[in-house]
Design a binder for this molecule. Structure first.
Ligand code: SAM
Length: 364
């Protein structure tokens, strides 16, 4: 099996290179309005944002930043198939402007944007970022009533384009082979995720500073969402591609991907990470299988038998639907376009394209 991964260096307010109704799932995390690290980026997109911030007008700045994201949501809506799912990871912002502290509810504004474009909201997920010290409360004081709660969660807002679900031919292998284990379903489809960092492999960044500058999310977030909301053969879009975590997750999950990113520096660095993908995908697959075997041992120990056997692995499963599960790993990646190995290509300098070859997960 092969998958194709395309990245465009450019502005997602116009995704001209991506056809209408050509992606089945979007998984993304935009720059969060009113978080200071993104002020310059938003001001570059609309200089009036800088003016509003400078004059302490938070409401105007907030709305103008979301107006820029809205242009990307328009494009996302255009390229997503009917019934396709959009998963938007976003956090709210707390900020003092003109000596006045408040929350800017990004999640509520993004929800409104999608509803107004005809998407149906589905139950969302809260994921809790690891809290590390009491220092986070510094400055909030110990005397009521003017202290503030610290935000330690983000949202994954989930939407379906239109009211109709996607349909598949009966018994479609690409859907049944992409099934997840029963106990994974119980964790992944819970509305609060507390253990998203460290369940699978941590991503390595050559450049220590890169994760901070890009606000990359943990691999688990896009990996789970891709497994939950797409089948093999589908294409996953990330219009705020950053360091390409969504593409790495799509490669590990055996889906195609397409993304767009303003900062060419991030995209160039992706080539350095390609060598790690085969090992990463193998580790992700094996970790899932090992965790399943641990679950089997626990459940049998509790005296609960299994009714079904997996078709491709020597392990029992709880439900009939899990029998066809087939995990894959990446055997190799070829750079088709734009990457350093293809200097002769001058057709589209802003496009990077990779082909991943997948084989069944090796067990030893
Ligand atoms: C929160 S980061 C995404 C991080 C990414 N999920 C990762 O794991 O690396 C948002 C990214 O969106 C990019 N961006 C912001 N506005 C954009 C636009 N209009 N078009 C394309 N990329 C944009 C920023 O440069 C930034 O890299």
């Amino acid at each position: 099996m092969e998958t194709i991964h395309r990245v465009f260096v450019g502005d997602s307010r116009e995704l001209a290179a991506i056809d209408d109704s050509s992606v089945e799932l979007a998984v993304t995390s935009p720059p969060y309005p009113m978080i200071e690290m993104w002020d310059d980026l938003f001001t570059g997109l609309d200089p009036a944002i800088g003016d509003a911030l400078a004059s302490g007008d938070g409401r105007t700045a907030f709305e103008a930043m979301h107006a820029q994201l809205d242009l990307v949501w328009d494009e996302l809506e255009r390229v997503l198939v009917d019934g396709g799912i959009a998963c938007i990871n976003v956090g709210d912002a707390t900020r003092s402007l003109d000596d006045s502290f408040r929350v800017y509810a990004n999640h509520a504004r993004v929800l409104e944007a999608f509803e107004s474009r005809g998407f149906d909201p589905l139950p969302d997920i809260l994921w809790r970022k690891p809290a590390n010290s009491a220092a986070k409360f510094m400055g909030s004081g110990m005397i009521p009533p003017n202290a503030y709660v610290t935000l330690e969660h983000e949202y994954v807002l989930v939407f379906r384009k239109g009211s109709e679900r996607r349909s598949f031919e009966p018994g479609a292998d690409r859907r049944y082979e992409a099934a997840y284990f029963w106990e994974e379903r119980n964790r992944w489809f819970s509305d609060v995720w507390t253990e998203v960092q460290g369940e699978l492999q941590q991503l390595q960044f050559e450049d220590d500073d890169l994760r901070d500058r890009s606000a990359a999310y943990p691999l688990e977030i896009p990996y789970r969402l891709i497994c939950m909301y797409s089948a093999y053969g589908d294409t996953v879009l990330d219009p705020f591609w950053g360091t390409g975590t969504t593409t790495l997750a799509a490669m590990c999950a055996g889906r195609n991907s397409v993304g767009s990113e303003l900062e060419e520096g991030f995209v160039e660095l992706f080539d350095d990470r390609m060598a790690d993908v085969p090992g990463l995908s193998q580790s992700v697959g094996r970790t899932r299988l090992e965790r399943h075997r641990e679950f089997v041992t626990r459940r049998l120990g509790e005296g609960n038998p299994f009714e079904y056997e997996a078709d491709h692995y020597d392990t029992p499963v709880v439900t009939k639907m899990e029998r066809g599960i087939r995990l894959r790993e990446v055997a190799s990646i070829d750079v088709l376009d734009g990457g350093v190995e293809n200097e002769n290509d001058d057709e589209n300098e802003d496009k990077y394209e990779y082909r991943a070859t997948h084989v069944p997960l090796s067990l030893e």
